[in-house]
Design a protein around this ligand. Sequence first.
Ligand code: HEC
Length: 168
Amino acid sequence: MRTLSTRPTPLTLACLLVTALFTGCTKRGSQDPADPEQAPGPAEQKIAGATLFEKHCAKCHGALGKGKDGVPAVVGEEALARFATAQEVFEFIRKEMPQDKPGSLAEGEYWAIVAFDLKANGIDADETVGPQNASTFMLHAEGDKADDKQDAAEGDRTDDRVSPDVNE
Ligand code: HEC
């Protein structure tokens, strides 16, 4: 199988080269975006989360996360009422979900699902969701979400505003 009976022609070599390049690109594109080591961008993270949700959660929570057969919704007005922030959701699902196989996903996969679930609930994170910012994503915030997010992050996220005390 692996031995070539004739010398490779330039055309064969060209084909091999093209294949190798193509495979290289495909491989890079399909790195596990849920792995925190590979720091997925926010869009990539949400897409990964949707796929993971469908694979590991939808059978109980429904394809749209609206709940079914006594399993609570994770998407919708009333959903996630017991959690205040994305961090709390993460801690719960990492320990308890999927209910039939708790803790079976990688940490980054849980983060991806959180990012997806936030988006499904109208909080479309423009940064990758992870331990560095999860407590700043407030669920059920009435009114101005941006304000709540600012409050929650008080003190440690001054990068997006100019401090009047800068010359102190
Ligand atoms: C075998 C069925 C099953 C699977 C699979 C499953 N869940 Fe659950 N989930 C439940 C049940 C039942 C509850 C309610 C009991 C509880 O809170 O522990 C629940 C509760 C939850 C809650 C709390 C909802 C609330 O507001 O109380 C969240 C969030 C959640 N699941 C997320 C997930 C995620 C994310 C996955 C996939 C990684 C998942 N679940 C997979 C059955 C399942």
